[in-house]
Design a protein around this ligand. Structure first.
Ligand code: ZN
Length: 594
């Protein structure tokens, strides 16, 4: 382990206030171990408490980051100090009269996701919450970090400002900022560009089939459109960290950066590229919505436990609404592609039975135990606050636009939230959010909230779409309904989920069963739909499965087919108001999508 030496940094503090300095080394990256040294000067109390966060903002699940910590030790010089553990993430050191001490530990980092740490022979990536200790009641102090790369060609990219005369040394204004600033260390590609006079960096780890010039041009357009919406860029510098590997998708927002994970060959096909641009537009939009415009429950993060809020539908769902709309406004895709995205999203929503069980506000509140922990029953009992939040945001945007002839929109809600709460970073309550939406809409929305946000009433898409010359068309295949989702896993056909109340469930088939045959003939996941088309509703078929190693055959009476696909299409003969509303919303004539 490399010995830490405190850098010469003037942070203008009084003598009784501690100086917190971290060094992060990785001498053998292939072991996946970060070697962390905390050096503390002027810590006033004889007892030092150190706590590792259990979660990281933006990803609402207790991840128990302390599980990756090993080889903990506290020292004055070479002399070990006594310490003990108080709880799973709480270490306590008896430093007695010493004013300077060093704490050393290793963090195992072998989970490649945007919210965890990853270190191997190709690079290092970490999130502050998963690497650094918090010093309770000293969270507001600045923290400096020196990275010690294992090889001379490895560079460091982070949104934190660097210390000019210290190699690979960065300073965070406080613990929240440290947690909010992931690091990429390695020989990644870096692309630098400006938007509205502000420097931006795109750092890419991993090979991929992206076209650099086109991608950067599109990112610049996304930044411009979002900046225009909010009236400027509220940062000095912004960093996109992009990790490319096999089949992957994910993003995590930060105030001055974001981490993105995407499939390395996901840039050639139009559909996949659009999905990447939406992901990027989404995380970038978060620098306003959720990083600065925050629910009250997330105004001050409690890193020790869940932080409950019923408003994640606005943080995530409204951001998802804009991640579809912004590439359209940026000219990256057309209105036809835009509505095609809606077809997929609405289909996903209207084929999820859980939308009738879990209200949107409850889905937000229970993110910690539900959305991030899906199981075979999730589809029957839950609805994603991303997905339904996006649907509700669409209805709200259309509601506001139609009431104000497109002179007002959800954009005004975002701007109002930004001015009232985001700029000063004051948390909003669910009531204040509703008030802002009502003030822009110019109407009492208690009934809307009760039905669609706090209740489970079916969303009236057509009522909101028709003033814009659109309506929703349900399509069904000529296939009687069974109600199972089957996936081929290691050559076995596994029933992943059973729709509540479906013929399969009524007959006794269970999620987890291995599907073997229909009417005595082997069937695979790929063949299932075609095989069912050979029967009629009310036909009874014999379905054979393995249920916990036991061979069973069930008699299943098939039901009438159900819609499997929904499409937003133009109404026939739209009137001038419908045409005008549509053009005001999406900026192109309705005829272009008809
Ligand atoms: Zn998000």
């Amino acid at each position: 382990m490399t010995e830490a030496t405190a850098p010469r940094i003037e942070i203008g503090i009084q003598e009784t206030v501690p100086t917190i300095y971290y060094q992060v080394a990785m001498p053998q990256p292939e072991t996946h171990l970060f070697e962390v040294t905390l050096r503390l000067v002027n810590y006033p109390s004889p007892i030092l408490d150190l706590k590792m966060p259990v979660w990281t903002p933006g990803s609402y699940l207790v991840r128990e980051y302390a599980k990756n910590l090993q080889d903990f030790g506290a020292f004055v010089g070479d002399k070990p100090l006594p310490w003990r553990k108080i709880s799973k993430n709480h270490w306590q050191i008896n430093k007695s009269g010493f004013s300077e001490l060093t704490v050393r530990y290793r963090i195992f980092a072998n989970e490649l996701s945007v919210r965890t740490n990853h270190l191997d022979s190709t690079h290092g990536y970490f999130n502050g919450a998963a690497l650094f200790f918090r010093l309770p009641s000293w969270e507001k102090l600045p923290i400096c970090i020196t990275i010690v790369p294992p090889r001379p060609e490895w560079r460091v990219t982070t949104a934190l400002p660097s210390v000019s005369d210290q190699a690979n040394t960065f300073c965070a204004a406080d613990f929240d900022t440290l947690v909010d600033s992931p690091f990429e260390i390695g020989s990644h590609q870096s692309y630098h560009f400006e938007v509205l006079g502000k420097p931006h960096e795109l750092a890419i780890w991993g090979e991929g089939n992206f076209q650099t010039q086109r991608m950067i041009a599109d990112i610049q357009k996304i930044i411009q459109v979002e900046a225009q919406m909010f009236g400027g860029l509220p940062y000095e510098r912004y960093v996109f960290l992009l990790h490319l590997f096999a089949q992957a998708y994910g993003g995590l927002e930060h105030k001055n950066s974001c981490s993105l994970i995407y499939q390395r060959f996901g840039f050639r096909s139009r559909d996949k590229y659009e999905r990447f641009i939406q992901l990027l537009a989404h995380e970038f939009f978060h620098l306003w919505n959720v990083k600065r415009i925050r629910p009250k429950a997330l105004e001050i993060f409690d890193y020790d436990r869940e932080n409950y809020t019923p408003s994640l539908w606005f943080c995530e769902g409204t951001t998802s609404y804009y991640d579809l709309l912004i590439p359209l406004r940026a000219g990256i895709y057309d209105a036809k592609s835009y509505l095609n995205n809606w077809n997929k999203e609405i289909t996903r929503f209207l084929t999820t039975p859980g939308r009738k069980v879990q209200p949107l506000s409850e889905s937000s509140f229970d993110a910690w135990i539900k959305l991030y922990r899906p199981d075979a029953n999730s589809g029957n009992s839950q609805i994603s606050y991303y997905l339904k939040g996006e649907m509700v945001s669409l209805l709200l945007d259309l509601l506001i636009r139609v009431r104000h002839n497109n002179q007002r929109s959800l954009d005004d809600v975002m701007r109002q939230m930004w001015q009232q709460f985001g700029q000063a970073e004051i948390g909003y309550t669910p009531e204040q959010l509703q008030q802002v939406i009502e003030s822009i809409a110019g109407v009492d929305l208690a009934d809307f909230f009760e039905r669609y946000i706090d209740g489970t009433e079916e969303l009236p898409f057509n009522k909101y779409l028709e003033p814009f010359g659109l309506h929703l068309l349900a399509e069904q295949e000529d296939e009687p309904h069974l109600g199972v989702k089957v996936k081929t896993e290691n050559g076995r056909e596994i029933i992943r989920s059973i729709e509540v109340g479906s013929p399969a469930q009524l007959a006794g088939i269970d999620a987890g069963d291995e599907l073997l045959a229909i009417e005595g003939i082997k069937v695979t996941a790929n063949q299932l739909s075609d095989r069912l088309k050979d029967y009629q509703p009310n036909d009874t078929i014999q379905v054979t499965v393995f249920h916990q190693d036991e061979l069973r055959t069930y008699s299943v009476t098939l039901a009438a087919s159900v819609p499997t696909k929904y499409q937003v299409i133009a109404v026939q003969n739209p009137d001038p108001t419908q045409k005008e509303n549509f053009a005001g919303w999406l900026g192109v004539p309705l005829v272009t999508v008809g």
